[in-house]
Design a protein around this ligand. Sequence first.
Ligand code: ADP
Length: 899
Amino acid sequence: MHAGDVVETAIAGECSPDLHLVIAALPYPVFLYAPDGVVAAANPAAERMAGTSLAGFTVGRVIDTLAIRHPDGTPLAPDELPAARALAGQAVLACPLTVRSADGNVFAVRASSSPLVRGGVVVGVLSTWPDITDLAGALDDEQRRRGEAEAHARRQEAIAKTLAQQKEALRDSEQRVRRTLERLLSPGEEFADLELSDILDLPVLQELVEEFHRLSGVPASIIDLHGKILAGAGWQACCTQFHRVHPETCRNCVESDLELSAGIAPGESRLYRCRNHMWDIATPIMLGERHVGNVFSGQFFFEDEEPDLDLFRAQARRYGFDEAAYIAALRAVPRLKRETVEAGMAFLRRLAGLISSQGYSNLRLARALVERDALAASLERNRALLARAQEIAHLGSWELDLATNSLSWSDEVYRVFGLSPQEFRATYEAFLDAVHPEDRNAVDDAYAGSLREGRDAYEIEHRVLRRPTGEVRWVHERCEHQRDEAGRIVRSIGMVHDITTRKLAEMELHRKNEDLGAQNEELQAQEEELRVQAEDLGRLNADLSFQRDLLDTIFETLPHEISVWEQSGRYVWLNRRVARELDRSRDELIGKTWQEIGLDPDAMEPLMAEVGRVCATGEPSASETVQPSPDGARWQRRTVNRLPAGDCVVAVSTDITEWKGAELALRDYAERLRASNEELQRFAYVASHDLQEPLRSIVSFSQLLDRRYRGRLGADADDYLGYIVEGGRRMQALILDLLQVSRIETDAKPLAPTETGAILAGVVRTLETSISEADGRVVVDPLPTVLADPSQLELVFTNLIGNALKYRRPDIPPVIRISAEREGTLWRFAVEDNGIGIDPEYFERIFVMFQRLHTREQYDGTGIGLAIVKKIVERHGGQVWVESSPGTGSTFLFTLPAL
Ligand code: ADP
């Protein structure tokens, strides 16, 4: 069992012996209370603690005996004891208490009390007090700390409360002071509700009146219109202990102070008896026009008068004053000489005057100061507003004093110029320095000019070079001059408007306008171009239709059948000749395939195969066909070409039957000519070859006759023999030459790469004797290898060099130069001499066989050499010609194919 629970159990005495034993054995105090709150039993531990038997003790006595306290030391009320609460039916658990034992030790216990209930009725209480001193120590510490913390918090709270009160009081006082100050200083107010106390330094005045009283013995005080005494000295006991104490007499005092002192002119004073029958003197204190208080001197008797003591006694009785004390107080009232009072009064009048004038003046001054400050603040505000307005409008102002050359700028001007007041010297020259260099002269001229010409104003737009960035700004300046009485300009005032944005926009507009202008011009040029092109197009159209008509006519006139085919075998276009051939109109044919038209597949299929091939490869084709016809064979030539458009071809068929006949005839003729030529050549060869033999006999026998019978047959016979021999020799030479000519074809060898240089070296060697006899010189340039018949090439050079030697000029040794130059696929050879030259009219003729330009007497020869040269060169596929001027020399030129 343990305390704390509500237990249905037996009360002491009714407990079982075992339970008693248990309770007795517990090491801490245990109590059993009867329902009436009296200790029914306590265990030995409890009795040890109390030092006495506790049985029969009431709750209160238990508390007293054991000095039971709350842990914080406060005494416990009887109904706070856990046992008392348990008796009321409430179980109490571990309630901390302190208990003092009989030997004076203090224990900490945790008391738990449980009602013992039977049948729903509390029949007793079980209380247990386990000793928790050690624990309580710790708890006490904590308790103490908590207590300290709480006490601290309470102190804090109290301080905070005091502070709040003080703050509140301070705020009240502040508000009061502020209100007063505002009243004092607000310029609109005419001091109407100012109190006298508001304007006086009361401690100083108090000292003053005290000093005055000490020196003069005249009591004095300063009282406002409500009767409030603001400063005073020399107050009499009759006043302070009697008149001002009793309400009625006090009212008399105040009424006297207020009413009897009313209406006194400023600077004057009034002597009167107060309602308490004492003398008073008052002089007003004015605040401007307003009466705000009085300087009083009073509560005295004149030296030369006897106070009416009966009156005062009656007054004492009337107001219940202690008559003896009152009279004694009256006797103590100063009795002043009239001069003293008068002198004191004069002083006090002055004092009142001084307070009035000084107070008022001070107030005026203070207000003036406030007004000045307000004006200054308002001025500053306006200046700031102006600066801001200037900043917003980008509008600055400046002023130049011409006498001092001092220039002042508004903030915005500094901003526009990118300068700070520190770095700017504020002179006209410094200003000019900030102007853009290119505009500086114009700006200076504008200003100086306006001064020179005495104009009142001028305006100018110019640029400013902003320091330190070098940014360029545009400004518009307007300047006005101010004059003195004599009309001289003494000051210039100007406005500077930053118009950069507008200016840039204008420039941009201008640029765009120019662009537009340029674009316009370009457009016009394009229009003109278009017009010209349209005209050209018109002309071209006309041209085109003319050309179409022309082509149409040509196509119709041409002896060809022209048709344009799609690869699919569809007619795209055809000329009338085709339509006629097919016996249809063109419209019936164009756009249709040959199958749709029903053309003969045997004729068309080969054509279509050709069309397909040409379309695919782009290679043109040409073919000839022959068809039998009643008039004999009919020949047709057909060409097929792909059109640039792609899968279309143009087929052109031409009837070449006639041409074919002519060609065949020509071929036949050529063949016959070749045969005849061959025959002729054979004949020439045979003739020259065969003629040689009889001619040789004729020549040798003639020579024999000549040798044997010269001088014997008569002179004529000698001549005749000589002619015969000569004729025979010439005939031999002619026949040899002829044989050579005929051999060009008959003995011809195939062309082979031939070194011209080597050939020429052989020729020069062969002709060496002739060259040296003629005292000649042959110069040979480097020569190429060509495709040639070497022996024939040798013949060419032999003939040409031989002629050059033969037709030399008698007076000049012959110089012959052989050279070669490449010309495309050919080499061009030149054999140049410095001989007699040839008249151009014979340039052709000299290449003809047997053609000579000289007689045999002049130059020996047969006239065949150049003909041989020509024939050989032509056989090699080249050409030969001569360039010459008579008397200077000739150049024989010929070409041979290059390798
Ligand atoms: P030939 O020399 O036997 O008369 P060619 O056929 O060699 O016959 O020459 C024909 C003619 O061309 C010559 O008679 C001569 O008048 C002229 N001729 C040829 N070569 C030269 C030359 N190198 N200078 C001047 N005349 C020339």
